[in-house]
Write a protein of this length. Structure first.
Length: 233
């Protein structure tokens, strides 16, 4: 009994110093239920309460950081494993990839606007480079038939020259001199996060006088749909 009284007095004293239950249990070897019963009526001053709150927040941050690191490591592990699944791409595979890519992101010919040309728009530099590779190597499009237009939000107008240099490097075309820039109206209430110095807008790649190629791409797309039985009944 004497030993329990000593432990209880120590536990109460530590609690009044603003210690957390886990901290007290490290110094007072009792069951957590017993400690809870002893400290049930022990009040804390504002300063003591604040100390516990700060420690809880710090613990939560440490836990959150640990989970964040674990998530990054897991993503990197999955990524490294996935890289091993594809080691090379054949010419035919590139052809099919390009068709699917254009089907998703390229412009289509409309009945009310016949004679449209091939146009591909995106803000992902890797996707733009893939489309250009497909257009040149598979569709045999010469550089002089390709034009580039940049789409940029108005609030980034002062960053225009930087954006031109960026897309020139990505595409291999001299966008700084020949690339037209179209400014989109900026909405102040937008939830967009791709703003600031890392925002380079998007570009539209146009293949001049390419209505025939556009119809050919449409035919390739339909061939894929029929081969996989994905058509609409």
């Amino acid at each position: 009994m004497f030993l329990n009284r000593v432990k209880k007095e120590k536990a109460i004293r530590l609690r009044k110093e603003g210690r957390s239950y886990s901290e007290i249990l490290k110094e007072v070897s009792v069951a957590k239920s017993t400690l809870s019963e002893w400290l049930h009526d022990v009040g804390l001053s504002k300063k003591q309460f604040q100390r516990l709150t700060v420690k809880k927040l710090e613990a939560a941050k440490r836990g959150g950081l640990a989970k964040h690191i674990q998530r990054i490591e897991k993503v990197e592990q999955i990524h490294r494993k996935a890289l091993l699944d594809i080691t090379s791409i054949s010419k035919r595979e590139l052809w099919l990839i390009g068709i699917a890519l254009y089907w998703a992101e390229g412009s289509k010919e409309k009945d009310y606007y016949p004679g449209s040309c091939v146009q591909f728009s995106n803000s992902d530099p890797k996707m733009i480079k893939l489309f250009l590779k497909w257009a040149k190597e598979v569709c045999k499009i010469n550089d002089d038939k390709i034009s580039i237009a940049i789409y940029l939000h108005q609030n980034s107008i002062n960053n225009t020259e930087v954006v031109k240099k960026y897309w020139s490097k990505v595409t291999g075309f001299n966008v700084e001199k020949t690339g037209k820039v179209y400014y989109k109206k900026f909405k102040s209430k937008t939830n967009r996060r791709n703003v600031g110095n890392l925002y380079y807008g998007g570009i539209r790649v146009t293949v001049k006088a390419s209505s025939g190629l556009l119809r050919q791409i449409s035919g390739w797309t339909e061939a894929i749909v029929q081969s996989l039985n994905c058509g609409i009944v």
